[in-house]
Design a protein around this ligand. Structure first.
Ligand code: DGL
Length: 262
């Protein structure tokens, strides 16, 4: 049993925000990370492409014995989460949308929630469905933020970076004008921009879909003793992933392997 892994996947480095939360809260678990860096970003692709990528990602994870799968990508969860759950009904599949939606509903006081996400996630309306199913009186506004994933993938997320501030200001403007008191960071790349976003919107409560997902996962598995194994796989250049990943997991331990899917 101890050789089973929790398999975590994303289109690139973003899912490491989920992975980091899991590592911190569930240190004994064996964890596998797969970043589909050959195909990042997912959020600007068609639903058909995203579904194909996601099925390949999960097929790769299945090369290992798994105790759970974590969709560490809002785009993948919103477009292909249901397909995955139907394809693997016997698997424990954890996503990011449900946990973040639940936390946003708990957090808001004025019932105005903003959602920042990729184009594909916004177009899917997955957050609208998840939040309104919990409370139909919630007032929602969604902003697609296509420039944020490329910024993060290129290591540009510091709060003093003028380019980061300029791009974020544009995306935040409609949310601030609408009067939201809570914003869902509906993409696992965005927690890296949390400080920058908070500095531009100091009064607004930010919900990390990554932390919310890790919390739900922890509730599902009892804590155990010991230190788990960590393994990292990417579908494109290892070095670029390593450089970028080390910016926010400085003590990234374990080898990074490049794999070819298909
Ligand atoms: N980090 C992902 C998400 O949560 C994917 C972003 C992308 O590849 O466009 O949506």
């Amino acid at each position: 049993m101890s050789e089973q892994y929790i398999g975590v996947f994303d289109s690139g480095v973003g899912g490491l925000t989920v992975f980091k939360s899991i590592m911190e809260s569930m240190p004994s678990e064996n964890l596998l990370y797969f970043g589909d860096t050959a195909h990042v970003p997912y959020g600007t692709k068609s639903e058909k492409q995203i579904r194909k990528f996601v099925l390949n990602d999960v097929a790769f994870l299945h090369r290992f014995p798994l105790k759970a799968i974590v969709i560490a990508c809002n785009t993948a969860d919103s477009v292909a989460g249901q397909l995955l759950r139907e394809t693997y009904p016997e698997e424990k599949i954890f996503g990011v949308i449900e946990p973040a939606a639940a936390e946003a509903v708990r957090s808001t006081v004025n019932k105005k929630i903003g959602i920042m996400a990729t184009k594909a996630t916004v177009a899917s309306k997955a957050y609208d469905r998840a939040i309104l199913a919990k409370d139909p009186t919630m007032d929602l506004i969604s902003v697609p933020c296509p420039l944020l994933v490329p910024l993060v993938e290129n290591g540009r997320f510091e709060k003093d970076d003028p380019v980061v501030r300029m791009v974020l200001s544009e995306y935040l403007e409609p949310l601030i004008r609408y009067g939201v008191d809570t914003i869902v960071l509906g993409c696992t790349h965005y927690p890296l921009l949390k400080e920058a976003i908070q500095s531009l919107a100091p009064e607004i409560h930010l919900i990390s879909s990554s932390d919310a997902a890790a919390k739900v996962l922890k509730e599902a598995f009892p804590a155990e003793e010991g230190q788990g194994i960590r393994r990292y796989f990417v579908s494109d250049d290892r070095q670029q992933f390593a450089d970028n990943a080390s910016r926010f997991i400085p003590d990234l331990q374990g080898e990074i392997e490049q794999v070819t899917l298909e």
